[in-house]
Design a protein around this ligand. Structure first.
Ligand SMILES: *Cc1c(COP(=O)(O)O)cnc(C)c1O
Length: 269
């Protein structure tokens, strides 16, 4: 990636474009879902059950793939006050014939599966695709990144991509930019699935504090970045990732000659 700022700081910056994989099933969602769908097909399950928030990229990508592969899908959505018409993604998912179940936040926290869903012979995919298998699906991504990098930056939702990269690229320092206030949960996930933090850094100082409000500065950054680099980013994950990265560069976080990779995890919909 070319930028006067990178030249001035004498760093080399590369970007891994997983946003180009597919317009809807983009980035890390494709990598994670592929493994689950292979199992679903091999075991000839009757259907799939999964969880997510009303704006989750995970449920949108999964719904699209299940529609295409004609696999029955039940999605358990956080928020009993919502309906299939609460936003354009839900109504699109609904129009694909996917079964939507809206449950209270409390029931969601316990990952209760509503009684009306017959779970027999169904494959359950955890929220955001986070599991040992989700982490293992990052092996493919890691092997595509042949060059050694001093730092690799990724956005963090469940930490699947972060932990997978740390697991398979032990020689690089993997930096996770947190989007949500879930540092404790991510640290727990790291402890459960990755033996140590030796090559991991979590940045939680960039988390947006203005919930529900539009952050015009961040949105403006996304627009300007696209204009300059011809690469789309969205505010929640990849926009925050890049804005935070630029800030670290400005603050001289890196040494001259550092080689840095930005993982564009997709998510443009
Ligand atoms: C889901 C998602 C993430 C979060 O990835 P995890 O592996 O769950 O941490 C990051 N970026 C985009 C664009 C996503 O859709």
């Amino acid at each position: 990636m070319e930028d006067e700022l990178f030249e001035q700081k004498k760093i080399q910056v590369f970007i891994k474009r997983d946003d180009l994989i597919h317009p809807i099933v983009s980035g890390n969602k494709w990598r994670k879902l592929k493994e689950y769908l292979l199992i679903a097909q091999k075991e000839q399950v009757k259907g799939i059950i999964s969880f997510g928030g009303a704006y989750s990229n995970h449920i949108y990508a999964l719904a699209f793939v299940c529609k295409e592969l004609e696999i029955p899908l039940h999605l358990i959505i956080r928020g009993e006050e919502l309906s299939a018409h609460s936003n354009q993604y839900l109504s699109e998912i609904n129009s694909w014939g996917i079964h939507l179940h809206f449950i209270s936040r409390e029931a969601y926290r316990n990952k209760n599966i509503p009684n009306e869903i017959n779970q027999i012979d169904h494959l359950i995919i955890p929220e955001g695709g986070f599991s040992k298998m989700g982490i293992e699906s990052m092996k493919g991504l890691s092997s595509e990144l042949k060059d050694p990098f001093d730092y690799i930056f990724t956005a963090v939702g469940t930490g699947t991509s972060l932990i997978g990269l740390a697991q398979y690229l032990p020689k690089s320092i993997i930096c996770g930019i947190l989007s949500l206030s879930n540092k404790l949960e991510i640290e727990k996930n790291i402890n459960d699935f990755h033996s140590n933090m030796a090559n991991l850094i979590l940045f939680d100082q960039f988390i947006e504090k203005k919930y529900g409000k539009k952050n015009t500065e961040l949105e403006e950054f996304c627009i300007q970045f696209k204009k300059k680099h011809k690469i789309s980013i969205e505010p929640i994950y990849t926009g925050l990732l890049l804005k935070s990265f630029y800030q670290l560069v400005e603050e001289n976080y890196f040494q001259p000659n550092n080689k840095i990779l930005i993982y564009h995890s997709g998510g443009i919909k």
